[in-house]
Write a protein that binds this ligand. Structure first.
Ligand code: ZN
Ligand code: ZN
Length: 346
């Protein structure tokens, strides 16, 4: 089969013919990949900037997987060959108290995440270790269209769900970075927060899109006056919650500078920014809740899929590209030149 291989961190990926995954055993399932979404974290992982998930090389990346069931193990009960599906790419040890209660993201024993430290969807076929990670689509829905739900759509949902207790309609919420995750994030903030929404992005196109997707204000992330501009829009008090979908030092510092006492900051972007909570000098930080928010649970994926299929959440535009362009796609992601989500077709 054709696959894009990462041979070492920092190297361009190479397209090669490699053997198909082994025949599935037990509850395993092999999918024919219809499309795989490209996430900002892929770019970080390829460059070695995401050391928590050390893959073994050569590695097949790709964690936003849509495909058709190709072959099932003899204990698979809920899937049949040909079913259109998407994959929830997280996975834990399977036996700890987190894993048995659907909170695999918190598992501290073992993470097995398709595309991150086990083979993923930058290939024609992928083996999924258990049928329970697979969500069946309604007939007629193309897996390549649904692939971004498994990460772009749910990651923003996971962080907005965590922010709920901080929402206060007297104060705005802040969304930093209106890429794919941020665009979904705006929709959840609009339907779930009751707050005015301030969006921030460095590109004029994404600021314009932010207003279309539900933001009330769209500010330039490169402005030297950004903190003052956000404070002015929140009566000098600050925002009740800040969702950082970028995660640079600048964006997380901005969030810390503008979030009011007892507010919440949820960092989703993996650009290496570290939240410096400074309660010595800033009394707001005595009560600000700061969390990293990575992905969302399998149940939350099912909730998002239900909201999309009911028409309450609109899918963002997708730019389909051949897998052969994977290095150009990563370069475009790194340079913030993409719109909507890119899905590669193997
Ligand atoms: Zn991702
Ligand atoms: Zn576990």
């Amino acid at each position: 089969m054709k696959a894009a291989l990462l041979l070492a961190h920092g190297m361009p990926l190479v397209i090669e013919q490699i053997p198909l995954p082994p025949p599935p055993k037990g509850s395993e399932v092999v999918l024919r990949v219809d499309g795989c979404g490209i996430c900002g974290s892929d770019v970080h992982l390829a460059r070695g900037n995401f050391p928590y998930f050390p893959p073994s090389f050569p590695h097949i990346m790709g964690h936003e997987i849509g495909g058709y069931v190709y072959e099932v193990g003899d204990q698979v009960k809920g899937l049949a060959v040909g079913d259109p599906v998407v994959v929830w790419a997280g996975g834990g040890c399977g036996t700890c108290s987190f894993c048995i209660s659907g909170r695999e993201l918190n598992c501290t024993k073992e993470h097995r995440w398709a595309g991150s430290n086990i083979p993923g969807g930058y290939a024609e076929y992928v083996l999924i270790e258990h049928e329970r990670w697979i969500v069946k689509l309604k007939p007629g829905m193309r897996p390549r269209d649904a692939a971004p739900f498994t990460d772009a759509a749910i990651t923003g949902y996971g962080s907005v769900r965590k922010a709920i207790r901080h929402f206060d309609p007297e104060f705005p919420v802040l969304a930093l970075g209106i890429g794919a995750i941020g665009t979904y994030g705006l929709q959840y903030l609009k339907t779930m927060s009751g707050c005015r929404i301030i969006a921030v992005d460095v590109t004029p196109e994404k600021r314009a899109a932010a207003l279309e997707w539900g933001a009330d204000h769209a500010l330039n992330g490169e402005s030297d006056m950004l903190v003052d501009e956000i404070m002015a829009l929140s009566d000098g008090e600050g925002v009740c919650a800040a969702l950082d979908f970028v995660g640079t030092q600048k964006t997380i510092d901005t969030a810390l500078a503008v979030t009011r006492a007892d507010g919440g900051i949820f960092q989703t972007g993996m650009a290496g920014g570290i939240a410096h909570v400074d309660g010595t000098n800033d009394p707001r930080h005595w009560s600000v809740d700061v969390q990293f928010s990575l992905g969302a649970t399998l149940k939350q994926l099912r909730e998002v899929m239900a909201m999309v299929q009911a028409g309450r959440i609109k899918p963002i535009p997708i730019d389909f590209r051949p897998l052969e362009e994977i290095n150009e796609v990563h370069a475009d992601m790194h340079a913030n030149r993409t719109r909507g989500r890119i899905v590669v077709i193997p």
